[in-house]
Design a protein around this ligand. Structure first.
Ligand code: X8Z
Ligand code: ZN
Length: 601
């Protein structure tokens, strides 16, 4: 995630603007005025952005009442500037302008506007407080036991196989979010007010307007893609059920209906790779475990980042700026509260890039580092664009770049860089694919349901009293998982997820999980690779790197379908590349499921 507040404000991307209110109070502007207005606005945004980013960086690195107040102060100023610019930009709707200026005029109107300074301040305060509340939350089990931060609880969920211990960690974390539920619901109201002021039905509609199409077209695209990939998810879910049932017994895992959410190795059941040891193929799977290697080698956080950096430079991309290592936060500080959720930052629109992450030496985090560096290299690639174009083609692109690179972390690649001693086993492919599916395919219905829930909340269809009911209805429907314990009175389980508390849109990750397979396929082709997609690593291919860079440096200067075409030859986001990648696994899963079903009878 990047630029938290700017994104929370919806400064994401241009879209169909027919639905924005045409409230033209002032006379229409001339093209010359538009040019001047855009230049002045971009200059102002540069300055404000730099200040606000610094304040937000400090606030997330030192959670205190003072830093929260400072970040809210700059947040309010940004919101004010964005609102004023949006209002002014309306004067140029329908005026004949050069393409890039017309695009900027549209982009400027993708924001909230709160004309009342008190409401603006309340919005910015709430945003900062919610971020802080999530970052500070801890589960204190009592009886002299130490309090546990999210990272500790996540580790328990990843490694324990005792359902009671898992349940305690799961419940412990989900007990925290109700304390900021009221703040969240007030914040939603303010946000909607700001979206309506701009002519959007609500903030959800504003978010869905960031994709160069009408909001309702975007919802339809999400559903189309979900239906396309659902059969693969269903096969994986069925297989996971049998294996979890073997491990935990029929009393814990039912033969039909949703599966309790605490058994998937992850606090939100959003990615299941931590239960790979339970699910791995009985024969032929390699026992290789990158986490063990990283631990044995005593790989430091910085060294893990450097593996990532070397991947990017092998593609012909530049080394990270000196200040990156000086200014990034790579380890969890012992003595203070920080927002540990990994994020990538671009502080000055140029070379001051950083990541903030409480790195642990695990395979999962190794991939997250590549993810964060994807944001950083995107930022570096488009740094010569003007302010309004310094962004991803759409927000899904920004989330997809690092993941695309991480798809190239294959056994052969690990061998090459000295992170695997044995020779990769050519018969262990199904295991490799299964592990990847547990991260990527399992994630799809989670990502979809997070924003389905939020769209309904923003639309007022789901009221605070029904937050949990709706959250679990969607999770049962799309993911096939259920709450492992009774719902809390006035609970707020959605708020136990960072992006809900911090109000970061989530559809972007759904898109990214499809786009990364489209990019991977295209870049492997560019690198001259002709084998199965899951064996391809573009490591060392400057040709592939050049192709990727040529898209990255465009930022958001063109509608995303045009940019996608440059990189992949396709002009829509689609599930087929992902299905092709996992095709051998689908066959294997269906065969396993047949056998397991016969055994279960
Ligand atoms: O939030 C992130 C990144 C930062 S943009 C670590 N991700 C989502 C999540 O953790 O829920 C990456 C994948 C999904
Ligand atoms: Zn990200």
């Amino acid at each position: 995630m990047k630029k938290p507040l700017a994104l929370a404000l919806g400064l994401a991307l241009a879209a169909g603007f027919a639905h924005a209110a045409p409230a033209q109070k002032k006379a229409k502007g001339t093209p010359a005025e538009a040019k001047k207005f855009i230049a002045q606005t971009e200059e102002k945004f540069d300055k404000l952005g730099n200040d606000a980013n610094k304040a937000a960086w400090v606030a997330q690195n030192f959670i205190t009442d003072d830093t929260e107040a400072l970040t809210a102060y700059f947040g309010e100023q940004q919101l004010d500037a964005a609102g004023q610019a949006a209002l002014e930009a309306r004067r140029f709707n329908g005026v004949k302008l050069p393409d890039d200026e017309a695009r900027k005029i549209k982009l400027l109107q993708l924001t909230l506007m709160l004309p009342d300074p008190k409401e603006r301040q309340a919005y910015a305060d709430d945003n900062a407080k919610l971020n802080g509340a999530y970052g500070k939350a801890k589960y204190c089990p009592g009886e002299g036991k130490p309090c546990l931060a999210l990272g500790d609880l996540e580790k328990t969920l990843a490694t324990s196989r005792d359902p009671k211990v898992l349940l305690d960690a799961w419940n412990g974390w989900h007990m925290q979010s109700p304390s900021y539920k009221k703040l969240y619901s007030e914040y939603i109201e303010l946000s909607n007010k700001g979206a309506r002021e701009m002519g959007y039905a609500d903030t959800g509609a504003l978010w869905r307007s960031g994709y160069d199409m009408k909001p309702e077209e975007f919802s339809a695209e999400m559903e189309r893609i979900w239906q396309q990939v659902k059969p693969l998810y269903d096969s994986l879910h069925t297989y996971a059920r049998y294996k979890l049932r073997e491990t935990y017994g029929p009393d814990v895992v039912p033969l039909t209906g949703p599966i309790p959410a605490h058994l998937f190795g992850n606090m939100w059941s959003q990615s299941w790779e931590n239960i790979y040891p339970i699910l791995m193929p009985a024969s032929g799977a390699s026992k290789f475990d990158l986490t063990n290697v990283l631990e044995e080698k005593k790989t430091t956080a910085k060294e893990m980042v450097q593996y990532g950096e070397r991947f990017y430079t092998s593609l012909g991309m530049p080394k990270l700026p000196e200040t990156f290592y000086q200014r990034s936060l790579l380890e969890k500080p012992r003595d203070r509260d920080v927002v540990c959720h990994a994020s990538a930052w671009q502080l000055d629109g140029k070379d001051d890039v950083r990541i903030k992450m409480c790195i642990r030496p695990t395979e999962e985090e190794f991939a997250v580092i590549h993810h964060e560096l994807g944001h950083i290299y995107y930022d570096l690639a488009y740094k010569n664009q003007s302010n309004l174009f310094r962004n991803g083609a759409n927000d899904g692109f920004h989330e997809a770049i690092g993941d695309t690179i991480a798809l190239s972390i294959t056994p052969n690649y690990l061998k090459k860089v000295g992170l695997m001693n044995e020779n990769p086993d050519p018969n262990a492919d199904i295991g490799v694919l299964l592990k990847r599916a547990l991260a990527k395919v399992a994630f799809l219905p989670f990502a979809y349901s997070v924003d389905k829930w939020r769209w309904d909340v923003y639309a007022g269809k789901t009221k605070p009293a029904d937050y949990d009911k709706s959250w679990w209805q969607l999770r049962e429907q799309y993911m096939g998982v259920k709450r492992p314990s009774p719902m809390l009175a006035d609970g707020f389980d959605a708020g136990a997820k960072y992006h809900v508390a911090a109000d970061v849109p989530y559809a972007r990750y759904f898109l990214a999980h499809l786009l990364q397979f489209q990019f991977h396929r295209a870049l492997c082709k560019e690198a001259g690779f002709t084998g199965p997609l899951h064996q391809c690593s573009i490591y060392g291919s400057e040709k592939a790197g050049k192709k990727l860079w040529s898209m990255l440096e465009m930022g958001t200067s063109k509608p995303w379908p045009e940019e996608l075409k440059v990189a992949t030859g396709e002009d829509r986001i689609d599930g087929q590349a992902l299905l092709d990648y996992f095709a051998p696994l689908k066959v294997w899963l269906d065969e396993q499921n047949k056998q397991l079903a016969a055994k279960a009878k």
